[in-house]
Design a protein around this ligand. Structure first.
Ligand code: ZN
Ligand code: ZN
Ligand code: ZN
Length: 173
């Protein structure tokens, strides 16, 4: 077999005889090496991820939904302004605005707001608002549901920046 003095091993997948350094070590195997060469292991791993991409993503989505549901329930599960209780419409609102600086810290942690809230045991300073009320609050400074703010009036449409609403949508899971 190893007529060049260099020991080889035949890969169980591609059936090529390759030098031992082309195999990962596997303590459980008799020769202490993987039955497949590095190349084949690598191929198999990436094809597993390809095949299971949907399942992996579905798992992530389910996890995000769970986080979202938990957070909404922790804060009352209905809009604090209009009482909307359809979860699809609800979002977590930072009561004092929080601003982009705070939101950035969720990003820096690599997490969305729901994970952040969970980690911090659902701290005070947040509330549940429906997207309508949340949008009104962040773009008009108050919701039309609130009589006092209605008197102030609303700015014209062209002053609306879509950023906040879009961010909330991505939190919606
Ligand atoms: Zn191979
Ligand atoms: Zn509302
Ligand atoms: Zn409202």
């Amino acid at each position: 077999m190893a007529d060049q003095g260099c020991p080889t091993k035949t890969c169980s997948t591609c059936s090529e005889a390759k030098p031992l350094d082309q195999y990962y070590s596997r303590k459980n195997n008799l020769d202490g090496l993987s039955g497949q060469c590095r190349k084949c292991v690598c191929k198999q791993t990436s094809s597993w991820f390809q095949k299971n991409k949907d399942r992996v993503n579905a798992g992530k989505r389910a996890w995000n939904r769970k986080l979202r549901r938990e957070a909404l329930e922790a804060y009352g599960a209905f809009c604090q302004c209009c009482g909307e209780s359809a979860r699809e419409f609800l979002a977590i609102d930072h009561i004092n605005g929080g601003g982009s600086k705070h939101r950035k810290s969720y990003r820096n942690a690599g997490n969305y707001i729901f994970l952040w809230l969970r980690k911090h045991a659902y701290p005070k300073g947040f509330q549940v608002l429906c997207h309508n009320c949340n949008f009104a609050k962040s773009h008009y400074g108050g919701c039309p549901h609130n009589e006092q703010q209605r008197k102030v009036g609303v700015p014209s449409q062209d002053k609306i920046a879509p950023t906040r609403a879009m961010t909330n949508e991505s939190w919606a899971g």
